[in-house]
Design a binder for this molecule. Structure first.
Ligand SMILES: [Zn+2]
Length: 162
């Protein structure tokens, strides 16, 4: 697969003290990609810091989710599994989804099958759809809520003007 440069454009960088070159490329399959090379130490440094800040945000969000998942498992897993214990798969699905929404009943059956058992799948659901699970459990956990809210606030990386 080879990329061919279709167009390049050089113009002033953001701060105006240097330049940046925009390159637009296309391959044999008419797929396109573009890139910008910054020839200005000041703007390059700024861009680098921006990327680092985004990565830090991302990392923080992962940590918050892991922490929330861990708390939920520690505090509610037995209670959560007890909720579905002895239920048929269909009854468990109704309890979990309220009888509609995702996953559809057929998908739910498949997930249970792939997980090995209903309780294994429900355990996965607890941490992977925390908000819904806590809602189904009818518990309000201030600590977990706070983590999830902070995480939601960090959803958009800071991207002020460059
Ligand atoms: Zn610049």
């Amino acid at each position: 697969m080879s990329w061919e440069i279709m167009r390049t454009e050089t113009g002033p960088c953001e701060c105006g003290e240097g330049t940046e070159t925009f390159t637009f490329e296309m391959d044999d399959w008419n797929r396109t990609r573009s890139s910008t090379e910054i020839h200005c130490p000041k703007c390059r440094e700024k861009k680098k810091r921006q990327i680092e800040a985004e990565q830090a945000h991302e990392k923080k969000r992962d940590e918050q989710l892991q922490q929330a998942q861990q708390l939920a498992t520690e505090r509610y897993l037995p209670q959560w599994l007890a909720l579905f214990a002895g239920m048929t798969k269909k009854a468990a699905w109704e309890r979990y989804t309220g009888g509609s929404g995702y996953p559809a009943l057929g998908t739910f059956y498949q997930h249970v099958k792939h997980s090995g058992s209903l309780s294994q799948y429900m355990e996965w659901c607890l941490t992977n759809d925390l908000e819904r699970s806590l809602c189904v459990l009818e518990v309000e956990d201030q600590e977990i809520d706070t983590l999830l809210q902070e995480r939601a606030r960090l959803w958009k990386p800071t991207s002020g003007p460059m």
